[in-house]
Write a protein that binds this ligand. Structure first.
Ligand code: AMP
Length: 224
């Protein structure tokens, strides 16, 4: 089962992706997380991408598109859930072509809808686990609240160290990311609409303003 996930930063896309990955045993491929791994590892790609990410700009397509397509091609699981890509109409066209060339079918487009202001308020409270990107932690949501250990907040799943993303604490970077997301001409909403029109793909559109459990129930009831 191959799924494309869309939702503005802060919509709970990563959290829901982790739930779907767990249930179906498919790969959760997150372009932003791949970039962060490269930055952590000090790779050439990471060095090139860092300045764009810190500012909330898109990393150029000549870096991003081959990186994501290579990860997809290397996936050995029985399916994937792609998150954070495509983020523009150009990336949508490149992905559509690559999937067709590889004979890969896209089964679902999952869209998590959320008002821009709510999305913005949510971003600042989320925390990243150093051990696993699929361990959601957020200081404002009881269901995924980090736990306290020795006077410090740690990952609620594994006790790992937590950090806040620099681009999540910078209002200008958040605004830029949302401008890109809500842009229906060439931005991410244009990519959403592109894939919504493809034949043979089922669309799952959910309201992301509810709690984590409620949203995951809405999503899971649409999946086989
Ligand atoms: P995310 O974790 O999805 O919020 O991504 C963090 C940052 O990585 C974004 O703000 C971009 O700078 C970069 N990035 C992630 N995915 C893409 C993409 N598909 N195209 C260009 N840049 C991306």
């Amino acid at each position: 089962m191959n799924i494309l996930t869309f939702g503005p930063n802060g919509s709970g896309k990563g959290t829901q992706g982790a739930i779907v990955k767990e249930k179906y045993g498919i790969d959760h491929i997150e372009s932003g997380a791949i970039f962060r791994e490269h930055i952590k590892g000090g790779t050439e790609l990471g060095k090139k991408a860092k300045a764009y990410i810190d500012r909330g700009d898109l990393v150029p397509d000549e870096i991003t598109i081959p990186m994501v397509l290579e990860t997809l091609g290397n996936s050995k699981a029985k399916g994937w859930l792609l998150d954070g890509f495509p983020r523009s109409l150009a990336q949508a066209e490149a992905l559509d072509k690559a999937l067709k060339d590889a004979g890969m079918k896209l089964d679902y487009v999952l869209e998590i809808k959320l008002d821009r202001q709510i999305a913005k308020d949510r971003i600042m409270g989320r925390r990243l686990c150093a051990n696993d990107n699929n361990h959601p932690n957020h200081i404002a949501f009881d269901a995924i609240k980090p736990v306290e250990k020795d006077g410090k907040l740690v990952c609620r799943v594994c006790g790992g160290e937590l950090s806040a993303r620099a681009d999540d604490q910078d209002e200008e970077a958040i605004n830029k990311r949302h401008n890109i997301y809500y842009d229906e001409t060439t931005g991410t909403m244009a990519a959403v609409n592109y894939f919504k029109k493809l034949q043979g793909t089922s669309i799952i559109s959910v309201d992301g303003s509810q709690g984590i459990k409620e949203v995951s129930q809405l999503i899971l009831k649409e999946l086989p």
